[in-house]
Design a protein around this ligand. Structure first.
Ligand SMILES: [Zn+2]
Length: 298
């Protein structure tokens, strides 16, 4: 296979965001027991072991001219300009920590303020492509706002279930996009249970960012961009803040695809940290994580 240059990676991202999207043959495969299912909006976990499902592309592999995406028609891509976020150097903080290179990818510059927009773009595009007119989602804030915004763009009614203690800034954001907000007195888990009851009762599509394999496919763009922004020399360590872990999984999957395509040779070590407000995804070439742990505890 011909080696892929950084210029080719730019072409990959161009294809990913809709300039030349190809339609591969897609199936869902269980991460745990490897059971296979036809790709579907109503199949969101393994029927045998209830594990999450992965999007698999039979007979195709990632290359400069054929990016792996489940979207069949570029005209169906629902985008608000997500992705292509800056990768900046944190020189002063790096010096304080004794790190020669400390970089941060600024994901809050996505359209609704979080990386969720990457996954939402692909998920809502598939939903729109299949003619769905109303969806249900549960969220603690960011994902609900993201789904609400992209559903509005697509002309789809969104029902967002969130716990009643969701920050008012997020509830207002969800409402301003035109979604119907269902505030639930209870925990985040209670909101999810109510959403499931609602979509089953009303025979709607459950657009769960936590469970949808399509959402994870969208988060892969983070890794493609990072490799392009580092001229195909990705850092040796990447720290990812996680809640449910979708960005963590999407990054890993993108790097594996780029490795198989010959774009990168070595896989970075990826470390996750539970989300806290003061963190963003940090990339630390050639350094261990102990320093970051010290920073966190200080
Ligand atoms: Zn399974």
């Amino acid at each position: 296979m011909k080696a892929i240059t950084p210029l080719n990676i730019v072409q990959i991202i161009d294809i990913f965001i809709g300039k030349e999207i190809r339609m591969p043959s897609v199936t869902f495969v269980c991460y745990f027991c490897k059971a296979s299912y036809p790709a579907s909006l109503i199949t969101i976990r393994c029927e045998r072991c209830f594990s999450p499902l992965d999007v698999c592309y039979s007979g195709k592999s990632s290359s400069a001219k054929n990016v792996l995406t489940p979207i069949s028609d570029s005209d169906a891509l629902i985008s608000l300009g997500e992705g292509n976020t800056p990768l900046i150097s944190l020189d002063e903080l790096g010096n304080l920590l004794g790190l020669k290179h400390l970089l941060a990818k600024i994901e809050f510059m996505n359209p609704t303020g979080s990386f969720k927009d990457r996954g939402t773009s692909i998920l809502i595009s598939i939903i729109k492509e299949q003619g769905v007119q109303e969806i249900v989602e549960d969220s603690s804030g960011n994902a609900g706002a993201s789904i609400a915004a992209y559903a509005s763009k697509a002309g789809i009614k969104a029902n967002i279930f969130a716990p009643s203690n969701t920050p008012v800034g997020k509830t207002q954001q969800i409402r301003v996009y035109g979604a119907e907000l269902h505030l639930i007195n209870g925990t985040r888990e209670d909101a999810a249970e109510e959403a499931i009851v609602y979509y089953r009762k009303n025979d709607l599509i459950y657009a769960s960012h936590n469970l949808s394999p399509y959402f994870l496919e969208g988060t892969k763009s983070f890794g493609y961009e990072m490799v392009e922004q580092t001229s195909s020399a990705p850092p040796s360590h990447i720290v990812i803040p996680v809640g449910n872990g979708s960005l963590f999984i999407g990054l890993w999957k993108s790097l594996k695809e780029l490795q198989r395509a010959g774009v990168i040779s070595n896989l970075p070590k990826i470390q996750n940290h539970e989300c806290e407000n003061r963190y963003t995804a940090a990339i630390l070439p050639g350094k261990s994580m102990e320093r970051l742990s010290l920073w966190r505890d200080s």
